[in-house]
Design a protein around this ligand. Structure first.
Ligand code: UTP
Length: 302
């Protein structure tokens, strides 16, 4: 386990416009994935990689996020009085998980701006960033691999996922050079949401980063893009192109990842994770199979 890096930053202050109206009064990170809010999976992932100091960057609807990781005395008392220890355990799971800290972003001026809000808390050490709407399957550990690579190369590390060329316009795409390790590439450039023809590769940057603290200075010098947002990708691009810096490397992830900020991907994640669970899976799989058979005549008529 990683011994050096202890801090994780989780930006959760975005407006979540792709998920309106569900996100009108609730952060998208609180949407339940089966029976836990997406953010709890992300905090659990950080904790399993040894990062127990968590700073969450929150926005206008921060209360639900803070409350979820705090104690709810009356709920605990009621469950205790009923002797419902199973439910009591589920309620307490998120409470003692990590050492939680919160900072407000104010205006949601982009992911780079949200990460910069962590400067005071992080100080002069490398730290991880986990996006609250990006879920990495707990069975396919990625963050611990990135932490190892960060200390080995003393560089900033991003996670890359090879996507279908038709999907690359939804992501930041990386121009890469190979290294001595087939799972690690050196990043030579980054293009935010490129057209398929302009993409330097099919390697998409996904929501896990292990960054050197120099990123804060670079973010301070990063010009906001159209719309006033400060992009983390722009800062990483500067770091990748700076011969004086230790560079930016990508760890290629080949496991399961779910984007819970997108409606269709969210639905797929809920169905997939529930279908694989021992308690819900057998009934859900049987129902799904019957439902698909029921749908077949509908598709045949289209
Ligand atoms: P997204 O690019 O998904 O943006 O942010 P968004 O505003 O949350 O959602 P849409 O596109 O309007 O539906 C990626 C991550 O960065 C955080 C989000 O909370 C999410 O975890 N973020 C984004 C911030 O914390 N602050 C921002 O200003 C922007």
């Amino acid at each position: 386990m990683n011994e050096r890096i202890t801090k994780a930053v989780i930006p959760a202050a975005g407006l979540g416009t792709r998920f309106l109206p569900a996100t009108k009064a609730m952060p998208k990170e609180m949407l339940p994935v089966v029976d836990k809010p997406a953010i709890q999976y992300v905090v659990e992932e950080a904790v399993s990689a040894g990062l127990t100091d968590i700073l969450m960057v929150t926005g206008r609807n921060k209360n639900a996020l803070e409350n979820h990781f705090d104690r709810v005395a009356e709920l605990e008392a009621t469950l205790e009085a009923k002797g419902d220890t199973a439910k009591l355990e589920t309620v307490n799971e998120s409470t003692g998980l990590a050492d939680m800290h919160y900072v407000r972003q104010g205006d949601p001026m982009g992911l780079g701006h949200a990460v910069h809000r962590a400067k005071m808390h992080v100080g002069d050490e490398p730290f991880a960033v986990l996006l609250g709407d990006d879920l990495i399957d707990a069975r396919d550990p990625l963050l611990s691999r990135m932490l190892v690579e960060q200390s080995r190369r003393d560089a900033s590390i991003v996670a890359l996922l090879e996507v279908d060329p038709d999907q690359i316009h939804l992501y930041g795409a990386a121009a890469v050079e190979s290294t001595d390790d087939p799972e690690v590439v050196r990043i030579t450039g980054l293009v935010e949401k490129p057209a398929k023809e302009a993409a330097p590769s099919n390697y998409a940057v996904i929501g896990r980063y292990v960054l050197k603290p120099e990123v804060f200075d670079v973010l301070e010098g990063t010009t906001p893009c159209r719309g006033g947002e400060i992009q983390l990708t722009d800062a990483l691009m500067t770091m990748a192109a700076d011969p004086g810096s230790s560079g930016v490397y990508g760890v290629v992830f080949r496991g399961r990842r779910y984007d819970t900020g997108d409606k269709l991907e969210y639905i797929k994640a809920v169905v997939q994770l529930a279908a694989e669970r021992d308690d819900l899976g057998p009934d859900l799989r049987a129902w799904l199979a019957a439902y698909v058979t029921e749908l077949e005549p509908v598709f045949a008529s289209h």
